[in-house]
Unconditional design. Sequence first.
Length: 95
Amino acid sequence: MPILIISGDEDPVGELGKGVIKISKMYEKNFEDVSTRLFINGRHAFLDEDEAAINCICNWLDERIKRWFNKYKKDILKKLEYLFYLIRKFYFTIK
């Protein structure tokens, strides 16, 4: 399961980045895809203040979705072909 941990380096909840790094290292022991990003001068509500943070999340998600699709593309296409087969069969049955 991919995990993205983001925080501001001035967020007291994340212990000014120290707690974020600590939890990230804990997750890395059990998960193979852990990404951590600390935003400079970011405080607790930095998502409201920093468009780069939103772009970071969107880019991370986009990359993971592409990886997932490429990994399962053959299975997905087979299932779609079967779905279209069923739709055609149903369509011509009721016609």
